[in-house]
Ligand binder design. Structure first.
Ligand SMILES: C=C(O[C@@H]1C=C(C(=O)O)C=C[C@H]1O)C(=O)O
Length: 361
């Protein structure tokens, strides 16, 4: 017969063992940190982190889910980086935006995060080495590409060193959590657009005031007890707000793609992507010819986006993501061939592919 008290005693003993083991792991990370200092290497090693997670996934017998494993080890690895040299990550703020949440999902809560008001300021801060890395949105599955991010990539010396996909889901949140207290709703125009049907069905008379981010909307709702915000559940917990109704978006399939930018490119993991920008001559078949080397070598293109070249009217830059790493010879040869044909060519970096779409909760 197992009674609650004795099982809880076993849980306490297990926790003590876990804590001892976590501290042991952090001490080992400190030793790695000293070696990295001697060899002048960066603390963050995305390739190694991926190997650690892949290995553990193979070991896991359950009942811990794959997502649970990722969540737990994200925080352990975050603490292991922190005892070496604190990692500083700038992101498109303010706090409690989806970019903030994406950054936490990637780097864990032991990281130092700095919200900055614009995408160009995130680029600038990392270029000036004020922060090790930056996190910026590149594309939303319903709203499309973020042009400001594309434009920054044309000029920057930084590389793309990682990517994050985050599920986007909106909650209606307020101080009391009571729907009857709401006289005004704050939110970002995209979130407004994504929740229109729900609002028409449930709160048709309540005015919606659009603000520059869902984080700011949550901040406003925290100041006014007769208002609510459409923002993430994460924003609710950060500003101590209550959820009036969760997941009020009209379509569930909504995700945002973020890039991590930094001064260096991670090594190959075996599951990587490479991003490039190019412009082609204004001649028939130019784009077709440019993409042919990819087709011939069976290299998969995961995204192609065009953007007007600001210096010449009606000419375009193409932003392309490919499967593979620059250290792979087939991709190297292919990019070399493409560069020869292009009017402008820039490699933005090779980075490990995101494994999964991160959940908001
Ligand atoms: C401990 C290290 O430093 C960091 C932390 C890691 C970890 O906790 O497993 C892995 C890679 C690095 O980002 C290491 O490089 O091994």
């Amino acid at each position: 017969m197992t009674d609650k008290k004795s099982v809880r005693r076993q849980i306490d003993i297990t926790d003590e063992q876990l804590l001892t083991l976590i501290n042991q792991r952090l001490q080992l990370a400190q030793t790695i940190g000293e070696i990295k200092n001697r060899e002048d290497l960066a603390t963050l090693d995305p390739k190694r982190e991926q190997e650690v997670l892949d290995r553990l996934k193979r070991f896991n017998t359950g009942p811990l889910t794959e997502e649970g494993l990722r969540n737990i080890f994200r925080e352990i690895i975050s603490a292991a980086r922190q005892v070496q040299r604190p990692l500083s990550v700038a992101f498109l703020g303010p706090e409690a935006t989806f970019t903030h949440l994406a950054a936490i999902k990637k780097f864990g809560r032991s990281t130092f995060f700095k919200p900055l008001p614009t995408i160009s300021e995130v680029f600038m801060a990392v270029e000036k080495s004020n922060h090790h890395l930056g996190v910026i949105p590149i594309e939303n599955s319903t709203e499309g590409v973020v042009n400001e991010t594309l434009d920054q990539f044309v000029e920057t010396k930084l590389q793309i060193c990682g990517e994050i996909y985050l599920e986007i889901s909106h909650d209606l949140i307020s101080r009391s959590g009571q729907i009857n207290d709401i006289e005004i709703i704050y939110t970002h125009p995209h979130a407004h657009g994504q929740c229109r049907k729900w609002l028409q069905g449930h709160l048709p008379q309540i005015p919606v005031l659009e603000v520059s981010s869902t984080g700011l909307a949550a901040q406003k709702a925290a100041h006014n007890p007769n208002s609510a915000a459409i923002a993430s559940g994460f924003a609710a917990s950060l500003y101590e707000l209550r959820v009036v109704e969760s997941r009020i978006e009209d379509h569930r399939e909504n995700a945002t793609h973020f890039f991590i930018i930094g001064p260096y490119a991670p090594g190959a993991t075996g599951a990587d992507k490479t991003s490039i920008i190019f412009a082609v001559a204004d001649t028939p078949g130019a784009l077709y010819n440019m993409l042919r080397p990819l087709a011939e070598r069976g290299i998969n293109m995961t995204r192609i986006v065009s953007r007007p070249m600001k210096t010449v009217a009606w000419r375009y830059l193409f932003f392309v993501d490919l499967d593979g790493h620059l250290q792979e010879s087939a991709l190297q040869e292919c990019l070399h061939e493409m560069e020869e044909m292009s009017a402008f060519f820039k490699i933005l970096g090779s980075f490990p592919k995101a494994e999964a779409i991160e959940k908001v909760s």
